[in-house]
Design a protein around this ligand. Structure first.
Ligand SMILES: C[S@@+](CC[C@H](N)C(=O)[O-])C[C@H]1O[C@@H](n2cnc3c(N)ncnc32)[C@H](O)[C@@H]1O
Length: 217
């Protein structure tokens, strides 16, 4: 499914979020703190928007995704000279050494991993002590405003605009449905604690369709 939407993924992302995803990404990178300067994993990297945003800053980058066409669709955006390794692999079994990275960022991807707790455990394993995992995603809405946004935007606008732009209506229906099918933010924060992360905090972004979780090893 991701291979089918890869060629028009960036365009539909920008249109569906009215560009606000760039602001969410900046916040996520800010929350990586000094970890952003070291060796960083872009987890479920897709077309590598996070890798591109980190390119001028991080010592080295790994963009990991199990869909090679998504990685290929983003390759041209990465500035030349960036120390980037792309890995086509499952987030539940990353071919990356233990405690070898300073930071990991996951944008709108862990939700799609079956057994997301295994991806979180893997992120914990590959981080050095003090390393940070920052996740931006659409969790189950809890507040009234978030629920209204979920019904109006996530379930109507997103599948419609995404479907019109890519012709892949079923893919965008799946992406919207996957938001309702997994945990709320506090459930995900608990998953991070259970994986071993020492400090975990999270909050809703604006508009409250997406949230951020920051976990430190
Ligand atoms: C909605 S896209 C997000 C892409 C990108 N991180 C972004 O911020 O736009 C979700 C990505 O997660 C990847 N993905 C889903 N399940 C995965 C898994 N089990 N292992 C690795 N990548 C996975 C998909 O291939 C897809 O590229």
């Amino acid at each position: 499914m991701f291979a089918r939407i890869a060629p028009r993924y960036d365009l539909s992302n920008r249109m569906m979020s009215f560009g606000i995803d760039r602001v969410w990404r900046r916040i996520a990178i800010r929350e990586l703190g000094a970890c952003a300067d070291g060796d960083v994993l872009d987890l479920c990297a897709g077309t590598m928007d996070f890798s591109v945003a980190l390119a001028s800053r991080s010592r080295s980058l790994i963009a990991l995704d199990f869909c090679q066409p998504m990685l290929d669709a983003g390759a041209a955006k990465v500035p030349t000279g960036t120390k980037l390794r792309t890995i086509c692999a499952d987030a539940r079994a990353m071919p990356i050494d233990d405690a070898s990275l300073d930071g990991a960022v996951a944008g709108f991807g862990i939700r799609n991993v079956p057994e997301p707790e295994r991806a979180v455990a893997e992120a914990w394993r590959v981080l050095r002590p003090g390393g940070r995992l920052v996740v931006v995603d659409f969790f189950q809405p809890r507040s009234l405003l978030a629920r209204v946004m979920d019904v109006s935007y996530n379930r109507v606008v997103l599948p419609l605009v995404g479907g019109l732009l890519t012709g892949e209506f079923s893919a965008y229906r799946y992406l919207a449905a996957s938001m309702g099918a997994w945990c709320d933010r506090s459930g995900f924060e608990n998953t991070c604690r259970e994986a071993g992360f020492r400090t975990v905090r999270g909050w809703d972004l604006f508009p409250p369709v997406a949230s951020i979780v920051v976990a430190e090893k």
